[in-house]
Ligand binder design. Structure first.
Ligand SMILES: Cc1cc2nc3c(=O)[nH]c(=O)nc-3n(C[C@H](O)[C@H](O)[C@H](O)COP(=O)(O)OP(=O)(O)OC[C@H]3O[C@@H](n4cnc5c(N)ncnc54)[C@H](O)[C@@H]3O)c2cc1C
Length: 466
């Protein structure tokens, strides 16, 4: 077994491992070993479908020390008028550049692609069989915890007759013969992406059957824009959600207010969503999706036979001339949480809602800046990843307490304002004192923050699982 030595051993060179390593390199003189099963950094983006893009603007994705994209507004397509979304290819190229041009040239990073981590500080090359044992001076970082699942590597949980044309959405661009119709299985973000891709490629909406086992609340992408021209939308939505919380009497009343103020949106106004995964859509995408009328709400698919699809609550016809598109992978499989700092292991998780990558960078900074495990964990309470609609409340409760604690520390406030992955602190800080309209939005946020936190404490115990 070959012996190696480093201060940090990072398992996983996905976005989380890369964002963590970047802060260690920027803020310390420590050495790092990075191990990954894939041949290139970027994690699941290596296996993503060809037409995948980020769900959020590129402007605040990636590692802290390097810009991603050109901070430009899209002029065409369904994201028109909003900040650009990096494509999968761009993200992969970006992480490859970060690794080659920053990490490896620093002389402080040893990168082991195509290697399987076996636990106990050992890993093995999947190409040569060579085994390695690492002497870790400081910490092991488990950047594999979220277990992102993507359609190309996911095994569907239902049975498929051999005659049926079935594919992950990755294979859609390989279709050469028009089918009788497309059956998209999955109502989450990949299902949305598959439907939008078909519509953008002029498929008649009536040729699309969309199997949606649960409808979702979505986030209007306009409210996630980290550039000043969107201040009223982005910070306005934050003020609106605090206000909605402060004023809501019941949980249905809260969701009603969140929808009325545009904080949450849904595709179909006549169906009350029961899911929330934090996916974003633009208004143009919503309009496009509403053109699909054949939406099947009969629960999960159990079996696809050659002439019918058996679902939990009914059956619909299909044929061997239809293409069935698998979008049933749930992007994040790991919904449990654990302490971020635990002895010699750090497990990066989300400490600010919707922002796992910012969170990894923040956790690395906390690791560098603070001494004791208690102090570190106190600032890094894990924001649970949402699944059900009402998880929005639990997520907000932890996130608001984290934000409050971070705001008490001057150095952390400064770090947040200057970190490109933060997105919004700089925007808030740069509002001129005499800009009455923007200052009024900030004041609404301040005024409602504490009542919102208190209301969460009364609403959360009332959550009933359906
Ligand atoms: C289509 C899609 C769009 C998304 N858009 C956004 C977005 O806009 N913004 C956002 O913040 N998030 C987005 N996400 C969420 C996304 O999951 C995160 O952004 C991020 O890419 C997750 O990174 P990760 O490092 O946790 O996981 P992964 O990318 O899965 O990386 C984990 C790595 O660990 C390696 N690994 C696992 N086990 C081992 C082992 N035993 N030995 C060695 N290596 C191992 C894997 O090979 C992999 O490279 C999106 C997700 C999807 C699927």
């Amino acid at each position: 077994m070959k012996a190696l030595k480093a201060d940090y051993l990072i398992v996983g060179s996905g976005a989380i491992g890369m964002a963590f390593a970047d802060i260690i390199l920027t803020e310390t003189t420590d050495s790092i070993i990075i191990v990954d099963r894939y041949g290139k950094p970027g994690g699941h983006w290596n296996k993503a479908y060809p037409f995948v893009t980020l769900h959020q603007p590129s402007a605040f994705y990636g590692v802290s020390s390097r810009d991603l994209g050109r901070t430009k507004i899209d002029e065409i397509g369904l994201n028109k008028g909003l900040n650009e979304l990096a494509s999968g290819a761009e993200i992969n190229a970006y992480f490859d550049d970060v690794m080659r041009e920053q990490f490896l040239t620093s002389g402080r990073v040893q990168y082991f692609p195509m290697c399987d981590y076996k636990g106990d500080k050992t890993f093995v090359s999947m190409l040569t069989g060579e085994e390695y044992k690492v002497e870790v001076n400081k910490k092991i970082v488990d950047a594999t915890f979220l277990k992102t699942s993507v359609p190309s590597t996911h095994i569907p949980s239902f049975i498929i007759a051999p005659e049926i044309q079935f594919m992950p959405l990755n294979n859609l661009p390989d279709v050469t013969t028009p089918p009788a119709g497309f059956v998209v299985i999955g109502g989450g973000k990949t299902g949305i992406d598959a439907c939008l891709w078909l519509l953008e490629n002029n498929v008649d909406p009536d040729k699309i059957t969309w199997i949606v086992s649960r409808d979702a609340w979505l986030i209007d992408r306009k409210n996630t824009q980290p550039t000043m021209e969107f201040f009223n939308d982005a910070i306005g939505a934050q003020a609106a959600q605090f206000e909605a919380l402060a004023q809501a009497d019941t949980i249905p009343d809260l969701f009603d207010r969140l929808e009325k103020t545009g904080v949450l949106v849904r595709i179909w106004k006549d169906v009350l969503p029961s899911m929330f995964h934090g996916a974003t859509v633009s208004q143009l995408e919503l309009e496009a999706l509403r053109r699909i009328k054949n939406v099947i709400r009969l629960g999960r698919v159990q079996r696809i036979e050659k002439d019918q699809i058996i679902l939990a609550k009914g059956t619909i016809p299909t044929s061997t001339n239809h293409i069935h598109v698998d979008c049933s992978a749930s992007a994040i499989k790991e919904l449990s949480i654990k302490s971020v700092f635990d002895g010699d292991v750090i497990t990066p998780q989300t400490v600010r809602s919707y922002q796992p990558i910012f969170s990894a960078a923040f956790i690395a900074h906390i690791e560098v800046m603070f001494e004791t495990e208690d102090e570190k964990n106190d600032l890094c309470a894990v924001v649970p990843l949402p699944n059900h609609d009402t998880d929005w409340l639990r997520m907000m409760a932890v996130m608001m307490i984290n934000q409050f604690k971070w705001g008490q520390n001057k150095e952390l406030r400064k770090w947040l304002v200057n970190n490109r992955l933060d997105g919004f602190s700089k925007m808030m800080r740069s509002v001129p004192k005499d800009d009455a309209k923007k200052q009024a939005i900030i004041n609404r946020m301040r005024k409602n923050a504490m009542p919102a936190m208190m209301k969460l404490q009364t609403l959360i115990p009332r959550i009933k699982r359906k």
